[in-house]
Ligand binder design. Structure first.
Ligand SMILES: [Zn+2]
Length: 324
């Protein structure tokens, strides 16, 4: 039932973190999140109209969602990275400023918050919206590195120079707050590490994982074919060589089970919804399960036809009665 989702990018959670959750951020997460600020700084130097929304750390690095007149593509990465390097080399401190709500609203309205300078006529609309989400009574803080001021509760590393190594990795489209009716933003992903050795190891591991990907190996060895268009992801079509392997493994499993005194049973591949509720799959994995199967796709058409037949039969009976 479960579909493989290996091709999907890491799904970030745009929910606002509590202060407690923030304080639990690991050193690596702090480095990565700080790097998102540095990336925003670099982007603003290149495209000052950029508007930033969320910039959290994720499992493999960080991202920042932004709106910008320039459509960022991987060809821009080198240029952005060069500006980021300058900001890291400058070793600016991440300075925390606690402000009043009025000040924050005024500075977001002038475009200063979330920018390098005031940007008259270009209010920081996402920052204004994010300000609304900060509960009354919770302190509102900025973090400033160089000229860039961002609305952020932290935590960060002490200085931009603490970001030992980083790399921009991809760009994708994302909706503001994940709402498809909301504005579409550009999501720029990157990763960062304490030092270059750790980063090199990470990318080496990614390469190794690609090299060892069972989908690649399976295809190269002629074990199975995967046809995502006609069959579906994670649904191998076993070729003769692969089938031999599957059957040999089954044989071994059977022999081992018999030797251990087990007896075998057989169950259907599909079952009613009730079973998946009982097994506990449905409440938690519904999103990665195949949807419910309609057992009779012609039910509606047949029902219509049956009611029409009944109508005609009645007419016929009436007619027969009249003509008697
Ligand atoms: Zn921050």
């Amino acid at each position: 039932m479960a579909e493989e989702n290996q091709n999907q990018p890491p799904q970030p959670n745009s929910d606002r973190k509590t202060l407690d959750q923030r304080n639990q951020m690991t050193e690596l997460e702090r480095i990565r999140h700080s790097c998102a600020h540095v990336m925003a700084t670099a982007i603003l130097r290149l495209w000052p109209d950029a508007q930033f929304a969320y910039g959290p750390p994720v499992e493999t690095g960080f991202y920042y969602d932004l709106e910008c007149s320039h459509r960022i593509s991987p060809e821009d990465f080198e240029k952005i990275e060069a500006e980021m390097k300058k900001e890291i080399k400058a070793n600016n401190t991440f300075e925390k400023l606690v402000v009043t709500r009025e000040q924050a609203i005024a500075e977001a309205t002038s475009g200063r918050l979330g920018g390098l300078t005031e940007r008259l006529g270009n209010a920081s609309k996402f920052k204004l919206d994010l300000l609304k989400q900060i509960p009354e009574g919770e302190p509102i803080s900025y973090f400033k590195n160089g000229d860039f001021i961002d609305l952020c509760a932290g935590p960060h590393v002490m200085r931009t120079g603490n970001i030992g190594a980083f790399k921009l990795t991809s760009v994708a489209a994302a909706y503001y707050k994940g709402d498809e009716k909301g504005p579409q933003l550009q999501r720029l992903y990157g990763t960062a590490f304490k030092n270059k050795t750790a980063m090199d190891e990470y990318f080496k591991m990614i390469e190794e994982a690609k090299r060892r990907d069972h989908r690649k190996i399976g295809a190269e060895m002629g074990l199975f074919a995967i046809d995502t268009e006609y069959v579906g992801p994670g649904m191998p079509l076993w070729l003769p060589k692969g089938t031999v392997l599957v059957e040999e493994l089954e044989k071994l499993a059977k022999e081992t089970e018999f030797a251990a005194g087990y007896v075998r049973v057989r169950t259907p591949h599909l079952a009613k919804e009730k079973m998946y509720k009982t097994s506990g799959h449905l409440p938690y994995y519904a999103e990665s399960m195949f949807p419910k199967m309609e057992m009779d796709e012609h039910r509606e058409a047949r029902a219509k036809l049956q009611s029409r037949i009944a109508e005609l039969e009645k007419q016929l009976a009436d007619y027969a009665k009249k003509s008697q």
